[in-house]
Design a binder for this molecule. Structure first.
Ligand code: TRP
Ligand code: ZN
Length: 869
């Protein structure tokens, strides 16, 4: 059982003391690190004079000494209980000096200060600072940090922390020191330090007001040739934030450090971002186009946090979406501007409605602003991030771009230097627009994915068209009954030629449970295009015929909805095939989809990137989310059949298009070239389903000819997942020998094997875990093997012998002692047992029970497992 208490939003209390300055001194030694913290503290205005000062400290932190205004603390003046150290009988203003001892080399949780392949790095968000020293580790306590690092000069020539370097020197015994000062008051979660033997890539950015900012990206020397794209992305993000949000950078130096061991993607520490290597390093030979785009968006995301998160931060962790939802929205718009709005939207929505909708339907469902938690790390979720971004996007849709910008200007001006709430954000939007957004705020407080039912009627005599919108929301753990949302529903009406009926493109605002919208002077029965651009994160229900979907896939005036119509058509077909499989009926291909796919393949007006997306069938994950009861075998077989049938029916067209997309030109990361490679790979994927030796040769030739990872990896994946076992083994081997020294490429290699749907995957995964390049302490490796097998290989993971489930539970129990954040995240697939048949339900539950029986479970795993059984 977990010892950690449940924390509630309703219990929030302002801190009784504020920290004016935090001076830290780190003596980094091989065996241990000594931390001296010197705090100047004042009692908050209006606080009770008897109020204790509460400092947080993790159990792993050894308290060596504590002095108040130069005097050792009397025994009755302090008390350590669990994570809290309380100090009593305090003056209104005082200085506290605290010395602690920590052991970074033994820190496998990767929270606080740890060693990552010989590099000291920190991760303090959300509650990692308490693993370094005793401190009020809460985001509404902000102070000015000055940090001195002392370490061996030859092993750790680079010593970094937040802000500007203000002094440095050498010491006896080959040691040296550097002092950094960050002039901007900040909460402890934004503190960072790095020490190591790192190489750097430098550049400059001149801000709109003419200040020259030094930009540095640090990595191991061997990766120096992979930093240019992150640097370029950073400069574009800096400029975009000036242009689109009027936000200028506020220090003279901006640093990014790449580390191999990292629990998440990256971290926005003030002036010193720390990144997972997977989100910084990029080189065409080793990095796919998709990974390039991830680097760009994560670099931008962390940079944007400098305003949305750092200058204006969160009052408490329930407000996490204040910074994350907003910052994701900002990085989404940035990427859309850099590439294509429609493509980006398709990508976002696909992720939202597979993974976030599934989360919203599962036992861990929570509002964008949660009401309670045991372990805050469990709430860095798709709901807080992606749905949070959708909520900000809806504000943007409701207010329009100009008012939205006025709203963000007001928000930044009003709250600069403060720790605030999502209510404050919405209030700024309400103030600039004069609108009442109180109902809108239900998006923050109510969990669950709303259903939007739309029905229509056409009155030919009156030439009136009516849309009847009805909303509802299923029960989730925090509430059974939901109140109606304020929902922007963007629509257009099309005539029978597919043209937009003038004046009908608009944003309907649904606020009641049921509402009718009337359109006059409509000459003939129109076809509605609903929820354009996915204007609200809901499940839409309108009784389109297959023919209407096929029509919309060609004519919709909204690019997103054109894609959506084709997807929905494919979904229906797949759902019929799934039912056939379950009924023991043979599969058969319906002509309609072949026609639609064929016309997409032939249409030269469609941009290749869009074409690639249009031709990609809905994923197994999306089909699972839509299913009442998930049947992993039926879903897999149905999708496999349809892919193969489309490959066969349109074989010549796939090959022609592959040939047309093949190019001798040297690699370029441009939009056109990315699109070309994407479509080429889509064609290859279809052709390879045919088990035809000629296409195997084609894939091998693509593999051999490729001068870039995008084409090489797609070819490898197609062959590795094919039935040509000998060729698969040979190509995997060749790839391994080519790239065994590139850790990130090896993650791809591991992932391709772990996701192979052919029978026997678990045994192959067990072998991968024994492989010398595998490292069970490295989160990227764990995600590549265990995460991929359990989340992207559903037929094998959900095998009816239950071995996949037992395997995952074994790993969780092992990992929980080592890295609870990662253990808890990997647990997700087991928590979804309610969506499966009785037999699988029972097998999955049994494994959850087994996990819960473990006596010393972390709060992280305990919270997720106990909420899921
Ligand atoms: N704030 C980080 C972001 O940009 C998230 C993050 C990085 C994080 N590392 C973490 C959250 C460790 C929890 C634990 O989204
Ligand atoms: Zn973030």
């Amino acid at each position: 059982m977990s010892q950690k208490p449940v924390i509630y939003l309703k219990d929030y209390q302002a801190p009784a003391y504020q920290i004016l300055t935090t001076d830290l001194r780190f003596e980094l030694n091989t065996e241990e690190t000594l931390v001296t913290s010197h705090l100047r503290i004042v009692r908050a205005e209006g606080a009770d004079t008897q109020a204790p000062l509460q400092l947080h400290g993790h159990e792993s932190v050894e308290l060596i000494s504590l002095t108040l205004d130069g005097q050792p603390l009397a025994a009755q003046q302090w008390q350590r209980e669990g994570e809290l150290l309380s100090l009593q009988a305090l003056p209104a203003e005082f200085e506290l000096i605290c010395v602690t001892r920590i052991h970074p080399a033994q820190n496998t949780a990767l929270e606080g200060l740890y060693l990552s392949d010989g590099i000291y790095a920190t991760q303090c968000e959300a509650e990692g600072f308490r693993r370094i020293t005793f401190f009020p580790d809460r985001p509404d306590v902000m102070s000015v940090f000055t940090t001195t690092l002392i370490a061996d000069q030859s092993q750790y020539p680079i010593l970094l922390s937040n802000g500007n370097p203000i002094a440095q020197g050498e010491l006896e015994g080959g040691r040296h020191w550097v002092t950094w000062q960050d002039p901007h008051p900040k909460p402890a979660y934004l503190f960072a330090l790095v020490a190591g033997n790192l190489s750097k890539f430098e550049d400059h950015f001149t801000t709109v007001s003419g200040r020259k900012v030094l930009l540095q990206i640090y990595a191991e020397a061997k990766d120096l040739d992979k930093l240019a794209y992150a640097m370029d992305s950073l400069k574009r993000a800096m400029q975009w934030d000036e242009e689109v949000y009027g936000r200028e950078y506020d220090l003279d130096i901006y640093m990014i450090v790449a580390v191999d061991f990292f629990n998440m993607g990256a971290m926005e520490n003030k002036g010193l971002n720390i990144f997972n290597t997977a989100c910084v390093l990029a080189h065409p030979r080793t990095t796919t186009d998709a990974a390039f785009q991830r680097v760009e968006s994560v670099v931008a995301h962390e940079y944007f946090h400098n305003w949305s998160g750092n200058r204006v931060t969160c009052r408490d962790w329930f407000q996490l979406s204040l910074k994350e939802g907003f910052t994701v929205f900002r990085d989404q718009c940035f990427s859309a501007d850099m590439h294509s709005e429609t493509l980006k939207r398709v990508e976002e929505v696909s992720m939202l409605r597979t993974a976030q909708f599934a989360e919203d339907a599962g036992p861990m469902a929570h509002p964008v602003r949660p009401e309670s938690f045991i372990e805050i790390s469990n709430f860095y979720t798709l709901t807080v991030y992606e749905k949070g971004a959708e909520v900000v996007r809806m504000l943007h849709t409701l207010l329009g771009p100009e008012l939205f910008r006025q709203g963000t200007d007001l928000y930044f001006a009003r709250h600069d230097g403060q720790a605030v709430t999502t209510d404050d954000f919405v209030q700024a939007m309400a103030d600039v627009s004069g609108r009442d957004l109180s109902q809108f705020k239900r998006w923050y407080s109510q969990a669950g994915t709303p259903r939007l039912q739309v029905r229509d009627e056409y009155d030919a005599a009156q030439q009136i068209y009516r849309l009847r919108l009805k909303q509802s929301c299923p029960a989730t753990p925090e509430a059974a009954e939901k109140l109606p949302f304020h929902m922007p529903v963007k629509i257009s009406l099309l005539d029978d030629e597919g043209a937009l009926i003038p004046g009908t493109q608009q944003v309907l605002e649904l606020t009641a449970a049921e509402q009718v919208f009337e359109f006059t002077q409509i000459q003939a029965q129109p076809l509605p295009s609903l929820l354009q651009g996915f204007s609200a994160p809901v499940k839409l229900d309108y009784p389109y015929t297959d023919a209407q979907l096929a029509f919309l896939s060609k004519h919709d005036n909204d690019g997103f909805n054109r894609w959506e119509a084709g997807q929905q058509l494919a979904v229906r077909l797949l759902q019929r095939l799934i039912a056939d499989y379950q009924a023991g009926k043979p599969f058969s291909l319906e002509a309609r989809l072949v026609e639609v796919w064929s016309s997409i393949l032939e249409d030269e007006q469609i941009d290749p990137a869009m074409k690639s997306l249009l031709l990609t069938l809905p994923s197994e994950a999306y089909l699972s989310e839509l299913a009442e009861v998930i049947d992993p075998d039926a879903i897999h077989q149905a999708r496999r059949f349809l892919r193969q049938a489309l490959a066969q029916a349109l074989e010549a067209q796939w090959l022609n298009l592959w040939t047309a997309m093949d190019s001798e030109a040297a690699y370029q990361p441009t939009r056109e070239e990315i699109a070309r490679r994407s479509l080429k790979n889509t064609c290859l994927g279809y052709l390879m389903t045919l088990d035809n030796a000629a296409y195997l040769a084609l894939a091998e030739s693509q593999f051999n000819a490729a001068d870039n990872m995008t084409e090489q990896q797609a070819a490898l994946m197609a062959v590795a997942h094919s039935n040509f076992s000998d060729s698969a083994a040979a190509l995997l081997d060749e790839f391994f020998h080519q790239w065994q020294h590139e850790s990130l490429v090896m993650n791809q290699w591991l992932g391709i094997q772990a996701s192979d749907p052919k029978p026997g995957a678990l045994a192959r995964v067990e072998l991968l875990r024994q492989h010398p390049i595998y490292d069970a302490r490295n989160p990227n490796k764990l995600r590549a093997v265990i995460g991929t097998f359990c989340q992207q290989n559903p037929v094998n993971f959900h095998a009816l012998d239950g071995q996949g489930y037992a395997f995952l539970a074994d790993r969780i129990l092992e990992l929980d002692r080592q890295n609870p954040q990662i253990a808890s995240r990997l647990l997700t697939p087991l928590t979804r047992w309610r969506k499966y048949d009785a037999q699988r339900q029972q097998l999955m539950q049994a494994q959850l029970q087994r996990i819960l029986q473990e006596p010393n479970l972390s709060g992280d795993v305990y919270e997720v497992a106990s909420k899921s059984v």
